[in-house]
Structure formats: structure tokens, C-alpha cells
Design a protein around this ligand. Structure first.
Ligand code: DQA
Length: 156
């Protein structure tokens, strides 16, 4: 039996993402948040990682999650806070989180105010524009990172 401790991944969905499925489906797709979370949980179980998933409309609650929860890797769609939140940026810097920023839509194809992210330069990377697949790609990337493959690639 594999006795290694399971890696813990935290997924945070920001404001208004509880509306997925009925919120601007032409931009965000037809899947509900529950469907996306089900797929994330299934993939995490298959890959033997622990996953905690939360959705919050509150900036303060997101800061609390980032800074108070124990996790090895953070996958976060900060939604509208991406473009406004110094508090979320500072929280990421405060805990030196290994994190990926995720967006369902390609924010660079949209209004100018969405092209500016306050978190992109303090995370490992950004996945934007693949609908719910953005989250699944982020989970794959997180697992590869936690297995140390990123480091091996960098040094080769
Ligand atoms: C979003 C893009 C943001 O600009 C927007 O405010 C969202 C969702 C996305 O997943 O595409 O709420 O983060």
C-alpha cells in the first residue's frame, strides 16, 4: 500500500460562479458548478489526491480560505475579483501559495477591463478560455507539479 501522505488541493470558485449553467452560457458554457465539481472530484479520486472545493461571493471569505486552509496547491478562479482584488493578491503572496489562476472564458478576448489580472504575476500560471476543461487542465497541472515533474523539466 502507498503510505505517502495524500497531496491536498484546494479549489476556490469566486463570485457569481454559483450561477454557472444559467449565467451567460454563450460565454461560460452550459455546465453547472455542481457538474464541474463532480468531474474535479472524480479526477482527484482517480489520481489519489485530496480535494476541497469551495465557492464564495465574498472577498473576505476567499482571503480566509487562502490563508487559513491547509493545502499543497491552490486552483482558483477569482472571477470578477481577478481584476480588482489587492486583498486576494496579498493573501497569495502572504502564504507563498503554489497556485494556478483559472478562467472559463478567454479573458484576453473580452472587454479591456478583463485583460488586467492582479493575480497572474503571483501564481505559477494561468489557464483561460477552455470552459470547464480549464479546471480539469489545472488539476492535471497541479498534480504534475506536486509530483515534482515541473522541477525536473526546468533543470533538464
Ligand atoms: C471569469 C472571467 C471574469 O472576468 C468574470 O468576472 C467571471 C468569470 C471566467 O471564468 O471566465 O466571473 O473568471
Amino acid at each position: 500500500m502507498n503510505k505517502r501522505k495524500k497531496h491536498k488541493i484546494l479549489v476556490i470558485h469566486g463570485p457569481n460562479l454559483h450561477l454557472l449553467g444559467k449565467r451567460e452560457p454563450g460565454i461560460y458554457g452550459g455546465d453547472t458548478l455542481a457538474q464541474i465539481n463532480k468531474e474535479l472530484r472524480a479526477k482527484a479520486a482517480k489520481k489519489n489526491v485530496a480535494i476541497r472545493i469551495i465557492q464564495s461571493n465574498s472577498e473576505g471569505e476567499i482571503v480566509e480560505e487562502i490563508t487559513n486552509t491547509q493545502y499543497d496547491f491552490l486552483i482558483m478562479n477569482p472571477a470578477a475579483y481577478t481584476h480588482t482584488s489587492v486583498a486576494i493578491r496579498d493573501a497569495l503572496l502572504g502564504v507563498d501559495a503554489a497556485a494556478i489562476e483559472v478562467h472559463l472564458s478567454n479573458v484576453y478576448k473580452r472587454e479591456d477591463f478583463r485583460k488586467k489580472s492582479l493575480v497572474s504575476d503571483v501564481v505559477l500560471g494561468v489557464i483561460s478560455g477552455f470552459g470547464k476543461t480549464s479546471y480539469l487542465l489545472a488539476l492535471d497541472a497541479a498534480i504534475i507539479f506536486l509530483q515534482g515533474e515541473f522541477l525536473k523539466k526546468k533543470s533538464s
